[in-house]
Design a protein around this ligand. Structure first.
Ligand SMILES: C[S@@+](CC[C@H](N)C(=O)[O-])C[C@H]1O[C@@H](n2cnc3c(N)ncnc32)[C@H](O)[C@@H]1O
Length: 467
């Protein structure tokens, strides 16, 4: 019998299985601009439940999870923020573990990665809104009394400065009803809804104009629902003030709207055998066994407090019972904070010291902040190395920063630190950033040199491989 000879063109020839390290390098050198691919609306609704600064696009963790792990593998995000990695991993049926030092990040991630009984949520939501409305009309004096009981003087001052009295009463009416919910998970869902009406780009129901990019600014003119001037007066309402004018929104109405928006996200979540572990925790000392994790996908904070999480989050956290002085103290403990904190002595690689030097020469305090950041990140990368299984990777996404006009070379330095710890770095991917969409720090401290300007609009995806 005549043997058939096949033309070679167009036929898939056998390729040995690409190994993990090469696969990681290939992903990192590929296109990581997910938003530009037009897929950004194609993500899970829950990612939009609550605003959060510097979230990464869900497609990013998703790609690495799909390509580098299998079902039931353990995926960790030790600085989970809004829980983007965790939700994606959970939806892909991976076991998920997440930590954050920020109480709002913990609440948000817990609610996002949690299946709910939707009819029960709807029933509870209607009851909360109905009872809060009743309390507002019947017991407003009790609500005022409640305010005095709950907050210390300094916290009360903060609340009075940023929230109109009518808003405070509605928020308290809602909060009292939410606190009556017995099921912890359901209560968390409603606390998150409560927070989502305060923390928005435009400052939500507070008197702030902006709770995202900059220091919050109070509106110069605020008009109540009944048309009364709460802040400023008629004379203030000249055209030059128009962008600083805010019309008060009712927390009860906003809560109802937000509730229906968030519930659309939880509808699609299906329960997975392994319940997620999501908790308050410090990425510099993880409560995890060595060599236990299959993949880490995470993004640490920016250096030198470029994104001040607490600046916006305290607008909600005071209502949850955190006194304002406790929050101020807590703020300094976040990675990338600017104040002094006690850290063990950490030897930084020479190249990192060379980056810190010019910053220190221009400003001692900025130099210290940068040195603190790299020391903190040494501890974090050390922990990641410890908990990863060998032959597995940590994907670390970082933006760049300038301090005193000097390039802080964040990704170069982190690569250097990672290598000193023992990681191999198969590649660093670059993504273009849409700074407005991502709630990133306003570029006030940007040197005019175009190369640095350009790097501020990029984000780096570092692949750390544990041999
Ligand atoms: C850039 S955000 C993470 C955003 C996240 N990738 C997302 O998509 O939402 C960085 C997070 O690190 C957290 N963080 C700061 N210091 C920390 C620490 N010592 N331990 C754990 N988390 C910390 C911040 O609270 C913040 O939520």
């Amino acid at each position: 019998m005549r043997q058939l000879t096949l033309p070679l063109d167009g036929i898939k020839t056998y390729q040995p299985e690409i190994n993990y390290y090469d696969n990681l390098a290939t992903i990192l050198s590929g296109d990581l601009n997910y938003q530009e691919n037009g897929n950004s609306n194609n993500t899970h609704q829950s990612h939009k439940a609550h605003s959060f600064p510097a979230k990464f696009p869900p497609q990013l963790p998703r790609q690495f999870i799909i390509e580098l792990t299998n079902k039931d593998d353990i995926v960790l995000d030790p600085m989970m923020g809004s829980g983007t990695t965790l939700l994606e991993a959970y939806l892909l049926e991976r076991r998920v573990i997440g930590f954050d030092i920020d109480p709002l990040a913990v609440l948000l991630s817990q609610v996002k990665v949690q299946p709910f009984d939707i009819p029960n949520l709807k029933k509870t939501g209607s009851r909360i809104i109905e009872e809060a409305n009743k309390a507002l009309t019947l017991y407003s004096n009790t609500l005022l009394h409640e305010k005095e009981k709950r907050f210390d003087l300094e916290t009360s001052r903060f609340i009075d400065y940023w929230f109109a009295l009518e808003t405070q009463l509605e928020l308290l009416a809602l909060l009292l009803e939410i606190e009556k919910v017995e099921d912890k998970k359901v209560k968390e869902f409603f606390l998150l809804t409560f927070s989502a009406i305060i923390i928005t780009k435009t400052g939500g129901v507070s008197l702030a104009l902006d709770l995202a990019h900059t220091r919050p600014h109070k509106a110069k003119v605020v008009i109540s629902k009944a048309g009364k001037f709460i802040v400023g007066n008629e004379d203030s309402e000249k055209p030059k003030h128009s962008i600083l004018t805010k019309t008060l929104r009712s927390p009860l109405i906003e809560f109802e709207k937000k509730f229906f928006q968030i519930i659309r996200g939880v509808l699609e979540i299906h329960p997975y055998n392994f319940p997620p572990i999501i908790s308050y925790g410090n990425s510099q000392s993880l409560p995890l066994a060595a060599s236990s994790i299959d993949l880490i996908v995470t993004s640490p904070p920016y250096a030198a407090n470029a994104i001040d999480y607490m600046r916006a989050h305290k607008f909600t956290l005071v209502w949850f019972g955190y006194p304002i002085d406790v929050l101020a103290h807590k703020r300094n403990t976040y990675i990338g904070g600017e104040g002094f904190i006690k850290l063990p002595f950490i030897e930084l690689p020479n190249r990192v010291i060379k980056v810190i030097e010019p910053v220190s020469q221009k400003s001692r305090s900025k130099g210290k902040a940068l040195s603190r950041y790299y020391s903190e990140m040494t501890l974090v990368l050390g922990e990641m190395y410890r908990v990863l299984k060998s032959g597995k990777a940590a994907i670390v996404v970082v933006g760049n920063s300038t301090l005193t006009g000097e390039d802080a070379k964040i990704h170069d330095c982190l690569v250097e630190i990672g290598r000193a710890i023992g990681f191999k770095v198969p590649g660093v991917g670059i993504r273009q950033l849409d700074r407005n969409k991502r709630m990133l720090p306003a570029g006030t401290d940007i040197n005019k040199s175009s190369q640095i300007q350009q790097r501020m609009h990029e984000e780096y995806v570092i692949g750390f491989y544990k041999p």
